[in-house]
Design a protein around this ligand. Structure first.
Ligand code: PRT
Ligand code: ZN
Length: 305
């Protein structure tokens, strides 16, 4: 008799990987919570069972997230673009097709991957790095950037404490993440070229989701879009004479097309505009000078396009 065929059970709950401990852990959880998700945590806190929707969390090291998605063990992940792009570039370098892609930028965890050199260097461009030793935890992205700039240099791969490498004599310059720049300054280094602008992103598979999960993934991405899009948005409400629209509307360059309806039959309009930029006092005063009245700025909590 032939042995029974082993079938991988089809999952009907979405699994999202987030960083367990680190810079992205709290903002990732806060973002997913603001999408209406809540969880019951397992005692080891590696797995959180979704209570309000079939969306479970897996808490892992950020470097493991792209691989978990590629292998199908997780469906989506919140990870720095720097980690995702490094792993994708590494795969490309090995002649493999990428199986994970960036699906959404999330607007937190911002930093840049930069080339930094000792303060005393007078930077004249990438050619200065020819023949030098560069320490980094991002060898694939650095290799791509060096090739793009036609520079041949030695890459010294380190898993941490990259900034100290020049002082220890391990390298001449570095390629590392920078946010405030304080760590570079403390190590007498200065950033001279940015290789990548990074932030936290939603990573997902290049292939389609399994039919059982596609609807849940779409729901989550739609809610994320709503939350991320309105994070800095405000609803601006006011009245203005129809004749003043030509002066008023150019003052709303960052707004969705406003909703307008007539009031009191005297050519007055009531307007509502969702503004994606900061609505300052100065802007309100300019709108008033242009003919707007009764200006009100309201917070926006949720949006479903
Ligand atoms: O344990 P695990 O592997 O999950 O965590 P990790 O130690 O690899 O990552 P973690 O928590 O340090 O960072 C997670 C992600 O946060 C990174 O992959 C980036 O996408 C993002 N991020 C944003 C940063 C920074 N800002 C940042 N400043 N990651 C690291 N840094 C480092 C930087 O390299 C420097 O050494 O923080 C130091 C301080 O930076 P300055 O410029 O503010 O001094
Ligand atoms: Zn990591």
């Amino acid at each position: 008799m032939s042995p029974p065929i082993q079938m991988t059970p089809v999952r009907d709950r979405l699994r999202v990987a987030i960083q367990k401990n680190g810079r992205l852990s709290d903002p990732a959880r806060a973002l997913l919570s603001s999408c209406g998700l809540s969880w019951r945590e397992s005692p080891d806190k590696l797995f959180c069972y979704g209570e309000s929707a079939p969306v479970d969390l897996l808490l892992v090291r950020d470097d493991d997230i792209p691989g978990l998605i590629a292998s199908g063990l997780c469906d989506l992940g919140v990870v720095g673009r720097n980690v995702l792009d490094e792993q994708m570039s590494d795969q490309r370098g090995k002649g493999r097709e990428a199986s994970v892609r960036e699906m959404r930028a999330l607007g937190f965890g911002g930093c840049r991957l930069s080339i930094a050199v000792p303060n005393e260097w007078e930077w004249s461009g990438p050619a200065m790095l020819a023949g030098k030793r560069l320490a980094t935890s991002y060898p694939a992205l650095l290799r791509d950037w060096l090739a793009l700039n036609g520079v041949e240099a030695d890459i010294v791969e380190l898993s941490g404490s990259v900034e100290i490498a020049p002082r220890l004599g391990q390298a001449d310059a570095i390629c590392d993440l920078v946010s405030s720049g304080a760590t570079l300054a403390a190590n007498q280094l200065k950033a001279v070229e940015d290789i990548l602008q990074s932030e936290a992103v939603i990573a997902g598979p290049v292939r389609d989701f399994d039919p059982a999960l596609a609807g849940i993934a779409e729901m989550l991405l739609r809610r994320l879009d709503g939350v991320v899009k309105i994070r800095d948005s405000k609803l601006l409400m006011f009245q203005a004479p129809r004749a003043a629209l030509g002066d008023v509307l150019p003052l709303l360059p960052d707004a969705e097309p406003p909703t307008m309806y007539p009031v009191d039959g005297e050519g007055m309009l009531a307007l509502q505009a969702l503004c994606h930029g900061v609505v300052t006092w100065q802007r309100l005063e300019e709108l008033k000078r242009a003919g707007a009245r009764g200006l009100m700025v309201l917070p926006v909590e949720r949006m479903l396009a």
